[in-house]
Write a protein that binds this ligand. Structure first.
Ligand SMILES: Nc1nc2c(ncn2[C@@H]2O[C@H](COP(=O)(O)OP(=O)(O)OP(=O)(O)O)[C@@H](O)[C@H]2O)c(=O)[nH]1
Ligand SMILES: O=C([O-])CC(=O)C(=O)O
Ligand SMILES: [Mn+2]
Length: 642
C-alpha cells in the first residue's frame, strides 16, 4: 500500500481558525477576489481526506484566495511570530519573515526525481525508486500536521482558462506558504472552479514536518532537519517535507512549473523553462519579445525589469523566472509566464541597479531574511550605498557596519505581485502568450564566456544552452562561486533525463523550422571580470545595449564576426557611446584564448560523456565543430605570430 492509495477515512472538520487581533495598515487587494463558494470537486475531496488521514491535522481550511482570507492569514502569522509587520507609514501592508537559519535556500541534495527507471531521471538528478521514496516519506508524513491546520490550496499556473494553463492543488501546513502561493499564483476559488469543471490537476503535498503536541508552543519558523523535495514525474505528484523556504515549499513554482511541467511538456510537445520574458520596443516603435535563461541568482529579475540607458528603448516585463513555450496556431513560438508574482533576490537590488524593482516593492510585499531598520523598514546590501548605522540582521541580532558580516542573507528574497511592477507589460497575462523573437542563454562566468555571442542556428543554440557553465550562487545550498555546468539553467529543475531534454529541444527546432520563423539564439555573460576582480561590464541598465544589438541582428542591420563560440558584434556595432569603458576592457569582454577554449571543449566533452548513449548525436557534432573552429583560430594565431 502506498501513500496515495490509503483507505479513506472521515475528514477532519472544516472550520477556519479564529482570527487574532488586527494588524495595522490598509489591506491592499493581493489576489483574485473570492468567487462565490465553489463546489469542492470529489477527486480533490478524496485527496484531501487521504492526506488528512495520514498527516492528522487539527483543522482543514479550503483556501478561497480572497483578500479577506489573506488578511486573516497575515494576522495569524504576525501573532505566531513568523512575520513582523513593517512600519505601515513607510512600507504599507508589508512583512518580514526570519527563517530558521538552516532553512534559507533550495536543498538540491535533498531534491529527487522518482521515475520508475533511474535512467529517466538521468545523471544530473538525484533519483530514488518511487516505491522506496514512498516508503521513506510515509513515516515522515504520518502525523506530521498534528496540532496544525491543513490548508487546501487550489492554484492555476497561467491565466485562468488559457489553453496553456495547468492546475494544481497544494496541501500545506504552512500559512507562510499559503500567503506566498497567493502572490505567486492565481490561487483559490477561480482555480478550483476550473478543476470542478474537469481541468486536470497535479497533487502536491507539503509539510514543514513539525507536529505540535497538545499545549506545545510553536516556533516562529517551524521546519525539520530532515528534508525531502520529491517529484514523481510519471504520476505527476509532488511531496515536500521539512522546509518552508520558497524554492522548496511554494510547490507551484520550481517543483510544478519546472520539474513536473518539463515532463508534461516533453510528453505534450511544449517547453517549460527557467526563463524571464520581456517585451522590447525600439525607437522605431517596433515590438520584440525575448526569453532568457540564466541560472538562479544570475540576473533574470534584473533583465526582466531593465531600464535601458540608451534613448528611445523600452523594456517591459512579462515574467521574471519561468516561461512555458509552445508553438501557436500561427506556427510561431509563443510563451506565457505561468506565475503571478516575483520571488526575487533582495541583495543587489537598489535604485542604481534596479529602480523598477525598488518601486515594485513600495508595499504589499513579504520580505524573507532581509535586515530590519530601526524605523521599522527593511534594508539589504545594495539597497543603498551606505548601510544604516544600526540594524537588526536577518538572524534577529544587532548589526552595525563594523559587524563584518552581511546584514541580509545573500539569498534573502521579496515576494510581490507581478502587477505591482511599473514595468509590467499590458500583455503579460495574454492567454495566447507572446511571440518570441529571440532566446538568450547566460551564466555567471568570470572568464572565457564573452559579453554576447550569437548562435549560428537553432542546433548551435541548443549546444549553447546545453553547455552553460556558471558559478554557483546562494540560491541553493552549496559552495558559492564553484563553477558548474547548468544546462539551460535547468540543472536543478529538469524533471527527466537531461539528455532527453536536449533531444526535445532539438526536435522542437525541427518543428519550428517546418512551420515558422525560427527565433535567433544568443548567449550573454554580464559577469566577466578583470584580472583585479572587477566586473568589466557595467551591467544592469547598460545591458540594454546588448539587447539593442540583438534587435539590430533580428533586423539584419548589424554584422557578426565569426569566432569559435559563434558570432560576436563587428567592431563598432555594439553601442558603447557614453560608457566609461576602455578599449582594452571592451576587447577583454570578447577575448577568446585558444588554450582556454580547448580546456572548455574538453570539459564539455567530459560533461557530455556522463550522458552515455543518450546524448543526441547532434550535440556531439556541435562539439566537434567547436573543436575544429578552435583549431582554425589557433592556426590563425600561430601564423600571425610567425
Ligand atoms: N554585476 C552584475 N550583477 C547583476 C546584473 N544583473 C543582476 N545582477 C545581480 O545578480 C544577483 C541576482 O540577480 P537576479 O536578477 O535576482 O537573478 P535571478 O536570475 O532572477 O535569480 P533567481 O530568482 O534565483 O532565479 C543580484 O544580486 C543582482 O544585483 C548585472 O548585469 N551585472
Ligand atoms: O526557487 C527558488 O528558491 C528561487 C529561484 O527562483 C531560483 O532559485 O531559481
Ligand atoms: Mn529562479
Amino acid at each position: 500500500m502506498t501513500l496515495l492509495d490509503r483507505p479513506r477515512t472521515t475528514a477532519a472538520d472544516r472550520t477556519p481558525d479564529a482570527a487574532p487581533a488586527a494588524i495595522q495598515g490598509v489591506a491592499t487587494p493581493a489576489s483574485a477576489p473570492a468567487a462565490d463558494a465553489v463546489e469542492h470537486p470529489s477527486d480533490v475531496v478524496a485527496f484531501v481526506e487521504r492526506i488528512a488521514a495520514l498527516t492528522t491535522p487539527d483543522r482543514i481550511h479550503w483556501v478561497d484566495g480572497s483578500t479577506r482570507e489573506r488578511h486573516q492569514l497575515l494576522q495569524r502569522l504576525v501573532a505566531a511570530g513568523t512575520l513582523t509587520q513593517l512600519n505601515p507609514d513607510i512600507r504599507p501592508y508589508s512583512f518580514l519573515a526570519r527563517s530558521d537559519e538552516r532553512d534559507v535556500a533550495r536543498v538540491e541534495e535533498r531534491t529527487f526525481i522518482c521515475s520508475e527507471n533511474e535512467d529517466d531521471a538521468g545523471p544530473t538528478n538525484n533519483w530514488m525508486a518511487p516505491e522506496q521514496m514512498r516508503a521513506e516519506l510515509e513515516p515522515l508524513f504520518a502525523g506530521s500536521m498534528r496540532g496544525r491546520t491543513l490548508y487546501v490550496v487550489p492554484f492555476a499556473m497561467g491565466p485562468i482558462g488559457s489553453s496553456m494553463t495547468r492546475y494544481g492543488v497544494q496541501l500545506t501546513d504552512s500559512p507562510y506558504v499559503v500567503v506566498s502561493m497567493g502572490t505567486m499564483t492565481r490561487m483559490g476559488s477561480a482555480a478550483l472552479a476550473q478543476i470542478a469543471r474537469g481541468a486536470s490537476w497535479v497533487p502536491a503535498v507539503h509539510s514543514v514536518g513539525a507536529p505540535l503536541e497538545h499545549g506545545q508552543r510553536d516556533v516562529a519558523w517551524p521546519c525539520n532537519e530532515t528534508k525531502y523535495i520529491a517529484h514523481f514525474p510519471e504520476t505527476r505528484e509532488i511531496w515536500s517535507f521539512g522546509s518552508a523556504y520558497g524554492g522548496n515549499a511554494i510547490l507551484a513554482k520550481k517543483a510544478f512549473a519546472l520539474r513536473i511541467a518539463s515532463a508534461m511538456a516533453r510528453d505534450e510537445g511544449w517547453l517549460a523553462e527557467h526563463m524571464l520574458l520581456i517585451k522590447v520596443t525600439s525607437p522605431a516603435g517596433k515590438v520584440y519579445h525575448m526569453a532568457a535563461a540564466f541560472p538562479s541568482a544570475c540576473g533574470k529579475t534584473n533583465l526582466a525589469m531593465l531600464t535601458p540607458t540608451t534613448p528611445g528603448w523600452t523594456v517591459e516585463t512579462i515574467g521574471d523566472d519561468i516561461a512555458w513555450l509552445h508553438i501557436g496556431k500561427d506556427g510561431r513560438l509563443r510563451a506565457i509566464n505561468p506565475e503571478a508574482g516575483f520571488f526575487g533576490v533582495a541583495p543587489g537590488t537598489g535604485l542604481s541597479t534596479n529602480r523598477t524593482a525598488v518601486e515594485t516593492l513600495w508595499g504589499n510585499t513579504i520580505f524573507t531574511n532581509v535586515a530590519l531598520r530601526e524605523d521599522g523598514d527593511v534594508w539589504w546590501e545594495g539597497l543603498t550605498e551606505t548601510p544604516p548605522a544600526r540594524l537588526t540582521d536577518w538572524r534577529g541580532e544587532e548589526w552595525t557596519p563594523a559587524s563584518g558580516r552581511p546584514a541580509a542573507h545573500p539569498n534573502s528574497r521579496f515576494t510581490v505581485a507581478a502587477h505591482q511592477a511599473p514595468s509590467i507589460a499590458d500583455t503579460w497575462d495574454d492567454p495566447e502568450g507572446v511571440v518570441i523573437d529571440a532566446i538568450i542563454f547566460g551564466g555567471r562566468r568570470r572568464a572565457l564566456a564573452p559579453l554576447v555571442v550569437e548562435a549560428r542556428d537553432w542546433d548551435h543554440g541548443v549546444f549553447m544552452g546545453a553547455t552553460i557553465s556558471s558559478e554557483q550562487t546562494a540560491a541553493a545550498e552549496g559552495t558559492v562561486g564553484a563553477l558548474r555546468r547548468d544546462p539551460f539553467a535547468m540543472l536543478p529543475f529538469a524533471g527527466y533525463n537531461m539528455a532527453d531534454y536536449f533531444a526535445h529541444w532539438l526536435d522542437f527546432g525541427k518543428r519550428l523550422r517546418r512551420s515558422a520563423r525560427v527565433p535567433r539564439v544568443f548567449q550573454v555573460n554580464w559577469f566577466r571580470k578583470s584580472a583585479d576582480g572587477k566586473f568589466l561590464w557595467p551591467g544592469f541598465g547598460e545591458n540594454g545595449r546588448v539587447i539593442e544589438w540583438m534587435v539590430a541582428r533580428l533586423e539584419s542591420e548589424a554584422c557578426v564576426d565569426e569566432t569559435p563560440l559563434g558570432g560576436v558584434p563587428r567592431e563598432g556595432e555594439l553601442n558603447v557611446d557614453g560608457l566609461t569603458l576602455s578599449d582594452a576592457d571592451l576587447a577583454e569582454l570578447f577575448r577568446m584564448d585558444a588554450d582556454e577554449l580547448e580546456a572548455e571543449a574538453d570539459d564539455v566533452e567530459r560533461f557530455f560523456q556522463t550522458f552515455g548513449e543518450k546524448l543526441p548525436a547532434e550535440l556531439r557534432h556541435q562539439l566537434s565543430h567547436l573543436r575544429s573552429r578552435i583549431r582554425a583560430q589557433r592556426e590563425t594565431e600561430q601564423s600571425a605570430t610567425a
